[in-house]
Design a protein around this ligand. Structure first.
Ligand SMILES: *Cc1c(COP(=O)(O)O)cnc(C)c1O
Length: 353
């Protein structure tokens, strides 16, 4: 048995500085919704609420159990971003003063049954084609039920990370043309992180910011990765030219090499498909993954590292090694890496200094 472990360090100072930075980009009058679904993208929901409550105007989640945990800690607005699907959840949402997204007619029928039109967010489909009313269907509902009701109109962009994607302009123009047909008291919300960064003028009444808080946004180095995934080196060996490393001998030495085996594998949440050459940090120096990730081990080419010993930490991502790098070089997304970390990894949530 061993008490060695891989670790996930979470640094709330990073959330705070990321939020402050992002808030400076948006219209000062828009409200900032911290999207903390999926256990705050793997960062521990309850801790983060305590540490960012003063910076947040509200929270966005999907699951009711997460919304309830937040309600115990915060009086701020809490939005169920996919709404409710049955009477039990509807009542629970009302009892806890959650805002509710309504994205289709089944959900609207549930709302009508209780005849309570407060704190609703109507989601319209402007091109994502997952959830949301088609514009004409929404207008029918609006004209029949909502002409004197305050609500928020929302939609979601399909390609917010790509400022050149023409779908963005199409989605904005559908949204804005719909808005021109509604009364002036309707609030508007379209921006996730990518939209905030690329189209800050579209911040409207509410931005819904997730990945930017955690530092998984690719194109701005002011935003720092808040989690460090690290694990110790447990073995070092030298191999000769022509030898293979790990399963299937995927990586083959083109010279004499030094190989470190690190105590972390796909059972910790590092995807099995991670490619050779992916960067890691050991004692602040770059090294590369070399060989297929195994269940409990990952092999690293440390040939060029001067200082490297058994027991040294190998960092897979951290504030100094953006998670978006490993995501991008492996055709993954940082959202996926953050939410893939397994429970056997020791989570250490640091205190705010
Ligand atoms: C998850 C989610 C967001 C946050 O998106 P990021 O890209 O992480 O900023 C915003 N809006 C909705 C509806 C979401 O589900």
């Amino acid at each position: 048995m061993t008490t060695l472990n891989s670790e996930l360090l979470i640094e709330p100072e990073m959330f705070r500085s990321n939020i402050s930075y992002i808030k400076n980009l948006i219209n000062p009058s828009s409200n900032f919704m911290s999207v903390i679904k999926s256990d705050a993208y793997g960062h521990h929901l309850e801790s983060i609420v305590k540490d960012i409550d003063d910076l947040s105007d509200g929270y966005g989640v999907v699951r009711a159990d997460e919304a309830i945990k937040i309600r115990m800690l915060s009086k701020k607005k809490i939005l169920l971003m996919q709404g409710v699907y049955n009477d039990k959840d509807y009542k629970l949402a009302r009892e806890n003063n959650f805002d509710i997204v309504v994205h289709n007619s089944d959900q609207f029928n549930l709302i009508k049954k209780y005849n309570n039109f407060e704190n609703l967010w109507f989601k319209v489909n402007t091109g994502m084609n997952r959830l949301g009313f088609d514009i004409d269907d929404f207008l029918k509902i609006y004209n029949e039920y909502l002409t004197n009701t305050k609500f928020t109109l929302m939609t979601h962009l399909a390609s917010s990370n790509d400022p050149k994607a023409i779908s963005n302009e199409k989605q904005f123009s559908l949204f804005e043309s719909l808005r021109s047909k509604l009364h002036a008291d309707v609030s508007l919300s379209i921006a996730n992180t990518g939209c905030i960064m690329n189209f800050p003028e579209k911040s409207y009444d509410w931005v819904r910011c997730g990945i930017g808080i955690y530092g998984g946004y690719l194109n701005d180095t002011n935003i720092k990765t808040a989690m460090t995934l690290r694990s110790p080196i447990i073995n070092l060996r030298t191999i000769s030219k022509g030898e293979g490393v790990g399963y299937d001998g995927r990586a083959i030495a083109d010279k004499e090499m030094k190989i470190a085996s690190v105590y972390l594998g796909y059972a910790d949440g590092l995807p099995v498909g991670i490619k050779d050459g992916t960067k890691v940090l050991i004692n602040g120096n770059e090294a590369q993954i070399f060989g297929k990730v195994s269940m409990d081990l990952t092999t690293i080419d440390v040939t060029n590292l001067k200082e490297c010993s058994v027991g040294d930490w190998c960092e897979f991502f951290s504030p100094d090694l953006p998670i978006s790098n490993i995501a991008k070089s492996n055709d993954l997304i940082s959202y996926y890496l953050m939410t893939s970390i397994k429970s056997r990894v020791k989570k250490i949530y640091k205190n705010i200094n």
